[in-house]
Design a binder for this molecule. Structure first.
Ligand SMILES: Nc1ncnc2c1ncn2[C@@H]1O[C@H](COP(=O)(O)OP(=O)(O)OP(=O)(O)O)[C@@H](O)[C@H]1O
Length: 248
């Protein structure tokens, strides 16, 4: 996925200013930067979640497999299946665990018949590291799971429609350290299959889970490169100040 010269404004206030970046296959990219620098805004441009905010205006060019995702003919429901999203607060549907995962493949016509749908649900829950914990209670409500399990359910729901990219907006900020470690492990396992972009405030987490890091400040992309370089040998003074905790 490629973004070129992306600008986002809320009314007359610029939130993202000419950002260009590649979201690469088989890699995790972490978006870091102080609060309000535009990380979430930029992440949301990648599957047009900003469409739901009336004052938001997006300019620039964002392509998925060469296709302009803001083109009038782009089907936004399809796009959000190809570019899935996991939010800060786990948000399972108030339905059964099974239905949470089966819903997407069913509405997108991705499973022919019950057996295929069941197989998709099992595969998605397995990939999300949740199958063993829920296989005997698939008809229980998704909202009855623990926070960490709910977040893995949301990841299973995103995976079920076979996305190319998964966007994660601070997916661990509502979780305890054990649930966080499980999500981080999961991100490692999913990396070979999907491109993953993750917004995080936690520098250690960015260093642990990502291979690429993008540092945002005041709506601009200050520096972008291999995570090991950004953390050990940043080229920009502002990046250095942020990662050494001088501000933010
Ligand atoms: N719906 C909105 N309407 C108006 N302004 C907004 C909206 N969402 C974000 N902003 C503004 O856009 C700027 C970037 O916000 P954004 O949430 O993208 O930053 P962030 O880096 O993700 O912050 P945080 O780390 O605190 O979540 C901020 O100045 C914010 O106040």
């Amino acid at each position: 996925m490629t973004a070129r010269d992306v600008c986002v404004a809320y009314g007359d206030k610029t939130a993202i200013d000419h950002v260009s970046i590649d979201i690469e296959q088989d890699r995790v990219i972490a978006f870091i930067g102080p609060s309000g620098c535009g990380k979430s805004t930029f992440l949301r441009t990648l599957n047009r979640m900003n469409d739901t905010i009336a004052s938001a205006r997006v300019a620039g060019d964002i392509r998925l497999d060469g296709q302009d995702i803001y083109a009038p003919e782009m089907d936004v429901v399809q796009l959000r299946a190809r570019v899935g999203m996991v939010f800060q607060k786990p948000n399972p549907f108030p339905k059964s665990i099974y239905e949470n995962v089966a819903y997407g493949p069913r509405i997108h016509g991705l499973a022919r018949g019950k057996a295929e749908l069941e197989a998709t649900v099992e595969r998605s829950l397995t990939r999300a590291g949740l199958w063993n914990e829920v296989k005997d209670r698939l008809s229980d409500s998704g909202t009855a799971l623990s926070g960490g399990q709910q977040q893995r359910l949301c990841i299973a729901r995103a995976i079920a429609v076979d996305p190319e990219v998964i966007l994660m907006d601070e997916p661990c900020s509502a979780l305890d350290p054990i649930a966080t470690a499980k999500i981080e492990e999961l991100i490692h396992e999913l990396r070979g299959r999907y491109a993953i972009a993750i917004v995080t405030h936690n520098m250690q987490q960015a260093a642990r889970v990502s291979q690429r890091t993008a540092f945002f400040h005041l709506g601009t992309l200050v520096e972008y490169g291999a995570t090991s370089d950004i953390f050990t040998n940043p080229r920009q003074e502002r990046t250095k100040d942020y990662i050494t905790g001088r501000y933010g």
